[in-house]
Design a protein around this ligand. Structure first.
Ligand SMILES: C[S@@+](CC[C@H](N)C(=O)[O-])C[C@H]1O[C@@H](n2cnc3c(N)ncnc32)[C@H](O)[C@@H]1O
Length: 235
């Protein structure tokens, strides 16, 4: 029989310090942090065709939670590229997680919550058609409506023809198209700019369609704080 410990082995390398872990209290626990990272890499394999030969873009990577999952589960990858607007998180990831197949880029673009003084020049830091798997966990859950529409277009441009996008965000039926910090919604008391941004499902899917993407998979409400999961593909 395997013990519980044997099924959650110690990580093979460094983990980001707690203060650099974005996305909720549950990520402060090392075991949960690594488990969710590995879970997501396995889901990328199943839903988005991720392999060790893929070019994977982790947009809004924080300090590299998904990179830890790739390291623990696949061991190697052709190209993992983590992109974020917070220099201190990217500096930590560069110093501790970068190496052959693993790289990080800090982009100084504006996000009212995470980088209010950034430039309005949007970028996902990828050449056209250069990404096989695009991962955006809890990024559209902190983004204004105009940026969301524009970034979905940039994601489509970055995606290869057989590429897939794995996205989480808050969507509900019969609510306004886009709302910031909706009162009485979800498990938290939302505070500050873009703490929670919620879309009407139809409104978000109109952005998806306008970007030249289509919905491949939708799972309602099972992600962090009740976000939903989308897998998108080129139309
Ligand atoms: C809630 S955290 C999620 C972190 C990570 N995806 C995870 O699941 O562990 C959202 C991240 O998106 C980043 N972010 C927000 N707007 C961005 C943008 N325009 N470009 C790149 N990163 C962005 C933030 O800096 C933050 O690290």
């Amino acid at each position: 029989m395997f013990s519980r410990k044997a099924r959650t082995p110690s990580p093979t390398g460094p983990l980001p310090p707690g203060k650099y872990r974005m996305g909720g209290k549950h990520f402060k626990n090392d075991v949960a942090f690594v488990k969710t990272a590995v879970r997501d890499v396995k889901r990328l394999e199943r839903y988005a065709g991720l392999t060790a030969d893929s070019r994977l873009l982790d947009w809004g990577c924080g300090a590299g939670r998904l990179a830890v999952g790739v390291r623990e589960h696949l061991g190697r990858i052709a190209d993992y590229h983590g992109v974020d607007v917070q220099p201190e998180l990217i500096d930590w990831a560069e110093a501790n997680l970068a190496g052959p197949g693993f790289r990080f880029t800090c982009v100084d673009v504006s996000n009212e919550r995470y980088n209010p003084d950034g430039t309005p020049e949007r970028t996902v830091a990828a050449d056209p058609g250069s990404v096989d798997v695009f991962y955006a966990y809890s990024v559209f859950s902190h983004m204004n409506d105009e940026d969301t529409r524009a970034y979905l277009g940039l994601i489509r441009q970055a995606l290869s023809d057989s590429g897939r996008v794995f996205v989480t965000c808050f969507v509900e039926e019969d609510v306004p198209g886009w709302e910031e910090n909706p009162e009485g919604y979800g498990p938290l008391d939302w505070k500050g700019r873009l703490h929670c941004t919620r879309f009407a499902r139809q409104h978000f899917e109109e952005h998806v369609s306008a970007a030249g993407l289509a919905v491949d998979r939708f799972e309602y409400g099972q992600e962090t704080d009740g976000q939903s999961l989308y897998v998108l593909r080129p139309r």
